[in-house]
Design a protein around this ligand. Structure first.
Ligand code: PRP
Length: 214
């Protein structure tokens, strides 16, 4: 049978994810010396891999190019349908927060402008508060927006908090925790149920062991 194809988010969570997969007994040897290579379909390898940007991981999974995807909950919250979310890998832990310059007043009921890479999460957060806001979509380094008066505040990922600190911004409210998840293509879960659940079981065992080590 064809090896399962795993789409892995490159960058930030890649190293931690490969470490977890390997510890769970999933052979990631092909990724050891990857240089600029992005697709790994070596015949001898028990798993195939592709490396993609987070939003593209869900796209590859939805289209059945990858059977499995490893991607942050932040990305999934912006793209909710078309795959099964199966497991919290308990890595890549961070949170969504509302942040701005020190003199931002979150209780000011004038219509706020919020800059973010995550419009769905932002809309949802303010809707629950009953607040109508104006959203400006920014693709990265969103911390700039309140500094140059493009926006009153930002909704963004906070991990260590150092990016905010270095830009003179502070958190006004935490929105929700984020971690890396395993997602599965809907058809693959039917066709290759046994293999996929075997892999999930292996990962779950390792995650539980890690939890006990803390
Ligand atoms: C994220 C986020 C912040 C930073 C937070 O950016 O947008 O800029 O990480 O991390 P910290 O709290 O540990 O400082 P990322 O590096 O993913 O790139 P991006 O700006 O392109 O989204």
């Amino acid at each position: 049978m064809k090896p399962l194809m795993i789409a892995l988010t490159k960058g930030r969570i890649e190293k931690e994810a490969v470490k977890l997969l390997s510890a769970a007994g999933i052979d990631c040897q092909v990724l050891a010396d990857k240089r600029r290579q992005l697709v790994f379909t070596e015949k001898k390898s028990p798993y195939h891999f592709l490396l993609a940007k987070a939003p593209d991981v869900t796209t590859y999974v939805k289209h059945g190019i990858a059977d499995i995807g490893i991607v942050g909950k932040d990305t999934l919250l912006e793209d909710l349908y078309g795959y099964y979310e199966m497991l919290d890998l308990e890595i890549g832990k961070c949170r969504f927060s509302l942040a701005s310059v020190a003199d931002f007043d979150p209780d000011d009921y004038k219509r706020k402008t919020i800059a973010t890479k995550y419009p769905t999460v932002t809309e949802d957060f303010f809707q629950k508060k009953g607040e109508d806001i104006n959203i400006i979509k920014i693709e990265g380094s969103v911390e700039i927006a309140p500094l140059v008066n493009l926006a009153d505040a930002i909704v963004d990922i906070v991990e260590t908090g150092s990016t905010l600190k270095e830009n003179g911004l502070k958190v006004f409210e935490d929105i929700c925790p984020i971690s890396t998840r395993l997602i599965v293509n809907k058809a693959a879960l039917k066709r290759r149920r046994k293999e996929i659940f075997r892999l999930i079981d292996q990962l779950e065992e390792e995650i539980i062991e890690r939890r006990q080590r803390i």
